[in-house]
Design a protein around this ligand. Structure first.
Ligand code: SF4
Length: 481
């Protein structure tokens, strides 16, 4: 029996020593519903430190709807940058004063009215009602949704379902505080990536449903001492976008030896110093000639012997799709395979890429072990996507693309994930549309593969589906070096 009263009591004490979430902080400091509302809008998909800086700059010039109405949209953009989706948020804030007029210029205190304001969804509305007006509402953000499911207190697929389930089940006395407690706890201990179960005050009560606990630094050090390296591959769908979603923290948590990224969509000169010199890593970049398109990168703890950008074929190398790092006992090949495109317009290009890629890795495999990772842009078998029947004519699941994957496997390359997990419903990419990720309607198109002779060096392979920030999640390989 899961005693929610006891758990929340323990956690309330526990998080009193953690950093206070920014929206709570603004509420305590200002007691002003307008500032709470604006800060909540700014905070969506943004780290608290970034939100705090943006809110401080904005509130130097703005104290209410009237003063906000005097600022031009471009000025708001400058003040709130670099919060996530700053252009959209600036647009919402520009429209906010007029929308507040319906309520006499004041922030309304009920959810339905709040939902009529620009940029305000259920989560924001609930949070404002709770924090600014201390009225009962349950704000379910990703932490509340995730942790309540880890505890088995609810069994839901979306934050909205969680909110509705909690309205029926959670005693009202917890409604106001549950969000603040679980946001702080979710940012501090029960993190989305590698929760710190070893230090968790409620570990003995927690069923840890669907959780992969963080390996303690000791066990990672032990694995390293035993020569086991951890590799990560992740299509980040824009390195500059994901930087604003806590990329550096995620990397720190993953604690990998190599992190291979695809679809970086940037030239090195467009990147912040932090991204180029990520703590403890050397970075290597191969970008597309066309700005904002394609591109691959690798962060490595150890200096490689050699780095090869591309495969010496201009059509492929211009798109920044293959980056190889050579180490003493293996090659790491990071690849972003082309998409066959709408109407399969790029199928010929993709099949040519595939053919040359296989030739390339076959040559490398004659010299030493080859570890290949990346977004292959193809689901190999029916089990690798939710709706195979509907997708046989769509890019990523056409007979031609799958036939190449058959050829690749026949040439001796091993899909390492399938060595350990033979079942369905394991995906690495979900459309941003139709709430596909929450419903797990996805495709497994990101892989770690090794050549045949390296099979016994593969210790483990996994999909890190709890890591957010892109429409793909990372995949990992533990490899004996
Ligand atoms: S034991 Fe682990 S999964 Fe459970 S609440 Fe604590 S940190 Fe989260």
């Amino acid at each position: 029996m899961f005693d929610i009263d006891l758990i929340l009591e323990i956690l309330e004490k526990e998080v009193s020593g953690y950093a206070v979430p920014i929206v709570d902080l603004i509420a305590v400091q200002t007691r002003d519903p307008f500032k709470v509302l604006v800060t909540t809008i700014l905070s969506a998909r943004t780290k608290d430190e970034t939100t705090a800086g943006a809110a401080a700059r904005l509130f130097k010039k703005v104290k209410d709807g009237k003063s906000l109405a005097r600022l031009a949209e471009e000025e708001i953009v400058k003040l709130i940058y670099p919060v996530g989706f700053y252009k959209n948020k600036a647009r919402y804030l520009t429209k906010l004063p007029e929308a507040l007029e319906k309520f006499g210029g004041a922030v309304p205190d009920d959810i339905d009215s709040l939902l009529t304001l620009p940029g305000v969804g259920r989560k924001t509305a609930n949070l404002v009602v709770c924090i600014a007006f201390a009225k009962p509402a349950i704000c379910v953000d990703t932490h509340v949704h995730r942790i309540m499911n880890i505890w088995g207190y609810v069994h839901t697929k979306t934050p909205l379902q969680t909110e509705m389930a909690l309205r029926k089940k959670l005693p009202k006395k917890h409604w106001l505080r549950v969000n603040s407690i679980l946001v702080a706890f979710g940012q501090g201990t029960c993190r989305p990536v590698g929760p710190h179960c070893d230090q968790c005050v409620i570990r003995k009560f927690c069923p840890q449903l669907g959780v992969t606990p963080r390996k303690s630094p000791k066990s990672r050090a032990g694995a390293r001492a035993a020569g086991i390296k951890k590799f990560i591959s992740w299509n980040v769908n824009g390195i500059r976008a994901i930087e604003k979603k806590g990329f550096a923290d995620i990397v720190r948590e993953m604690d990998a030896d190599i992190i291979a990224l695809q679809e970086t969509k940037a030239q090195p000169e467009q990147l912040s110093e932090n991204l180029i010199n990520l703590d403890g890593y050397k970075s290597f970049w191969h970008s597309a000639r066309k700005k904002g398109y394609s591109g691959v990168a690798v962060y490595a703890r150890r200096e490689p012997l050699q780095v090869y950008c591309g495969i010496d074929h201009q059509d492929i190398d211009d798109e920044g799709r293959i980056l190889t790092l050579e180490f003493s006992d293996y090659f790491l090949v990071n690849a972003y395979f082309p998409n066959a495109g709408r109407g399969l317009k790029r199928m010929a290009y993709k099949l040519d890429f595939n053919r040359r890629f296989l030739e390339y890795v076959n040559n490398l495999a004659q010299k030493k072990s080859v570890v290949i990772c990346g977004d292959f842009n193809v689901a190999h078998k029916s089990i690798d996507l939710k709706n195979p029947g509907n997708n046989v004519k769509n890019p990523g699941f056409t007979p031609e693309e799958r036939a190449w994957m058959d050829e690749f496997v026949k040439a001796g390359y091993i899909d390492t994930f399938r060595k350990f997990h033979s079942g369905p419903d394991h995906y690495t990419w979900w459309s941003y549309r139709f709430n596909a990720r929450a419903k797990n309607i996805g495709w497994r198109i990101d892989y770690f593969c090794v050549d045949k002779k390296s099979d016994e060096r593969v210790i483990d392979a996994a999909i890190l589906k709890e890591i957010m920030g892109s429409d793909h999640c990372p995949v990992s390989l533990d490899f004996k070096s």
